[in-house]
Design a protein around this ligand. Structure first.
Ligand code: DQA
Length: 150
């Protein structure tokens, strides 16, 4: 099993960006937390961040046939990007939508997600644990597969 954790714009600023909303942990801390959780499993993880919409579209396109799951925090593009939504649909890689903050409690413009309808599900509001919870889903699906194969 091979997964891609993909982070959109401004998430490289975690740690200093609105810590009252996003917490004090950096994106590096999140990556380390996920790697720790994966230690001892045979799941490989690539972890990336990019601020550019087109670049994220390309990474999602290239995920087709390569990754089993994408864990995606599309950040502000969640609320604006039909291009990212179309890329998820075209890539046909099951994708979990992630948000650190509880977007439903925030400004109205964050309540709508272009990508939610093409994602398996959404984890929002649990801070860095949103990533961990999305990863737990992937681990559970992997265990299901291993049990079936036995
Ligand atoms: C975010 C929520 C988005 O609304 C926002 O634009 C972000 C981060 C989150 O993780 O809570 O940049 O995706």
């Amino acid at each position: 099993m091979h997964i891609l954790v993909l982070n959109g714009p401004n998430l490289n600023m975690l740690g200093v960006r609105n810590p009252e909303i996003y917490g004090k942990q950096t994106l590096g801390d999140i990556e380390a937390m996920l790697r720790k959780r994966l230690a001892g499993t045979d799941i490989k993880m690539d972890f990336a961040q990019n601020n550019l919409e087109g670049h994220l579209v390309e990474l999602i396109q290239k995920a087709r046939g390569k990754y089993d799951y994408i864990l995606l925090n599309a950040a502000a593009y969640t609320h604006t990007s039909i291009a990212i939504r179309d890329a998820i649909e075209a890539a046909e890689v099951p994708t979990v939508e992630i948000h650190l903050s509880n977007v439903a409690q925030r400004e109205e413009f964050r309540h709508f997600s272009y990508i939610a309808p093409v994602c398996v599900g959404t984890v929002t509001g649990f801070g860095v644990y949103s990533y961990l919870m999305a990863l737990e889903y992937v681990l559970a699906k992997d265990a299901e597969k291993v049990n079936k194969d036995e």
